[in-house]
Design a protein around this ligand. Sequence first.
Ligand code: ME8
Length: 513
Amino acid sequence: MQDKSSFYITTPIYYVNDIPHIGHAYTTVVCDTIARFMRWRGKEVRFLTGTDEHGQKVEKSAIESSLEPQIFTDKVSERFKNLTNQFNITNDDFIRTTEERHKKSVTSLWNTLLKNGNIYLDKYSGWYSVRDEAFYNIDELSENNKGEKIAPNGSILEWIEEPSFFFKLSSWQEKLLKFYKNNPNFVSPKSRYNEVLSFVSNGLEDLSISRTSFKWGISVPHENNHVIYVWLDALTNYISALEYPDNKSQLWKKFWPADIHVVGKDILRFHAVYWPAFLMAAQIEPPKKIFAHGWWTVDGEKMSKSTGNVVDPFKIISEYGLDQFKYFLLREMRFGKDGDFSEKSLVSRINADLSNDLGNLVQRVLIFVYKNCEGSIPKPDKFLKVDNLLLTEMNQTKDKVIKLMDEYLLTDSLEEIWKIIKKCNSYTDNQAPWVLKKENTSRMNTVLYVLLTLIKKISFLTQSFIPDGSHKVLNQLSIPLEERSHEYYDKKLEYNTSIPEPEAIFPRIDKKI
Ligand code: ME8
């Protein structure tokens, strides 16, 4: 990983007309976890999220709601702000594409692309999906059973014909291919990198970047009947939030290029092809990585409003808890692969991993210490080999997790942490402090001290994934708030420190599904 002390991470900006669902919650939670982990490591993090508020799709929704688009977007963007609040997301900024700061940046980027000879005026005729806000080539089309033209993802297409400005994407093909070759980690996972490579190798057509048949967008400078294509507008959010084009801005100097744009696989092409091409054309360095994660289905089905199976993240956290849902999201779907949500698998993850493994370890050790060591951390005697082995393994786990997180492998990191949690449970069973209590209290104290040390170290690692539960455990160990970052990982627990009466962290869910 780069040694650079700053770190910039972004979510996609979500279409404001939608209601936040499990997919939006997932991407935002992934970014939040990475941001928290990088802060924990001591980096200066900038974490951006926001809403995509222009374009034909949003204009249509505003008309359906009988509201002026600006009034409509002011109202509905609150739903996504609410997602960040209710999910305790640690974003540093929330950008809306209807804000002046954003419009200023988009206009400036347009002018630069124009000045550099990358934009020309022509006429567009072809197929367009309002749902995806995307143009499709003739070879990508098929028909549904109603005879409508559809895109590969099933969205319905309409024929449009209008004057349009074009971006000379075709002239960036070779430069993009060279860029991918020189930056083999630009797109993750590898399968997505190969997908991008093959798309670009097959040839690129110039891209229509303005529309004239509706009004809701940022006007093309000096061409008021054209609005800038919503994707050129939206992608620019990543730099408008850093005050582009003010290259003297501290934010810009510190945080661009972004370390990672996390996106769903549905919008990979926009981020891995169009975005670096726009940036290179404006002589701006492309981001370091695009991570395209997989897709959530629900009970094995595609999630859709018409099926009525859209998962409401607010309802889930009020019923099952925030950490519980976050853990499920990060653990159940391997980052980069597809995953399936069902209430049954959510409950079984909570019970098996959080209650049985982690909760049980913390609970039985803390209650035992509280009752048998006068409510304070016991003084250890000499460590035995078995103790040292487990403590060494714990430290190796920490090193592994840091390495995995440098590659954004969140699920693998959780798996590593859970391996050591299971070993701590076996150690507890084998050392049986409840037996030692009768036979050898000094050994009992040592075993408990080792276990408390392990629980502290585990909680240090779980903090970024399940912050609330981890902080509760660290409170129960009386670890001061300001001593929970990476550099205190090895600090020894002070014996005789009193601990509060333990409380349950992750209670079992006894719901039959
Ligand atoms: O595409 N599974 O916004 P959007 C996993 N405004 N992730 C999902 C998902 C699912 N079933 N459904 C949605 C846009 N997502 C543009 C982005 S960025 C410059 C502009 C997540 O509201 C996933 O991150 O349609 C996906 O890429 C994003 O929501 C799409 O959000």
